[in-house]
Design a protein around this ligand. Structure first.
Ligand SMILES: [Zn+2]
Length: 268
């Protein structure tokens, strides 16, 4: 069995001392690709260096809505340049209407700027959306969706919204939140996702799945997410593993370490 954890932050300092062990446990659990999503300008070089050193790590660069206030004046230019020389996805980017002291207009502007960069360079996106489903749908609709593809990570929307976002060309990613028995909305939504649009993630080191005895989440636990998703969809674990892996490989095929050897990664 091969698995692709499409959303993690294993560049996080909390796992610095155990990162090698985490990666070894992931490989032993069948996880052969791990996407590492940058959060702000300060971690982009670290994400790229990690992907350079480890063939199993797929880089993604972006500014997360929680960190837009700390951005530099030249952030967009810096991001575009790094993406022009590295085969990274764009993310984690998005909208979050649950954080205090936020500036919604500023969030949208930073999000749209990153969507533009992703579209210009033909890169898939890794999107965060909390309590902003209507606005997120409007923005994607105005732009003609996501022709280059991408995922909505740790899906927390309704089953009806799954259809809307699939219509925009997005794929739907489930995290440990789907393993919580009381999370009825997400457990219903997972049954409405098309087979060719479903992917799995951990969001390590956060969102520890239910029943896992650990302090921090790690990519090996994507198997627990897989088991919940297979159970809820009345499908076999092997079947869900196979098609979610194929989906992730297709969605992120433009990225370093997904298909081509590193030497061939000079972008067009
Ligand atoms: Zn994340």
């Amino acid at each position: 069995m091969k698995l692709f954890d499409v959303h993690t932050h294993i560049q996080d300092d909390r796992v610095r001392d155990i990162r090698a062990a985490i990666m070894a446990r992931a490989m032993a659990a069948g996880v052969d690709r791990i996407m590492v999503c940058g959060l702000h300008e300060q971690d982009w070089d670290q994400v790229l260096a990690m992907a350079h050193d480890h063939d199993c790590l797929v880089p993604s660069l972006g500014i997360h809505p929680w960190f837009i206030q700390g951005r530099s004046v030249s952030w967009a230019e810096v991001l575009r340049k790094k993406l022009e020389t590295h085969g990274a996805a764009v993310g984690e980017i998005g909208l979050d209407r649950m954080i205090p002291d936020r500036d919604d207009q500023d969030q949208e502007q930073v999000f749209v700027t990153q969507l533009n960069i992703a579209r210009d360079l033909g890169r898939p996106v890794n999107i965060h959306c909390r309590s902003a489903w209507g606005r997120m749908a409007d923005i994607l609709k105005e732009r003609g969706g996501l022709p280059q593809g991408g995922i909505i990570h740790s899906w927390s929307g309704s089953a009806d919204m799954v259809r809307v976002f699939e219509g925009f060309g997005a794929s739907i990613s489930f995290s440990g939140s789907v393993t919580r028995p009381d999370n009825k909305k997400v457990r219903k939504a997972v049954c409405s996702v098309s087979r060719d649009r479903l992917v799995l993630e951990t969001d390590s080191p956060d969102i520890l799945p239910t029943g896992v005895n650990a302090m921090l989440n790690e990519p090996a636990f994507v198997r627990v997410v897989l088991e919940s998703v297979a159970f809820l969809r009345h499908e076999s674990v092997d079947e869900v593993a196979a098609y979610t892996y194929d989906n992730a490989m297709r969605i992120f095929s433009a990225c370093e370490n997904v298909h081509a050897p590193k030497e061939l990664h000079g972008m067009e």
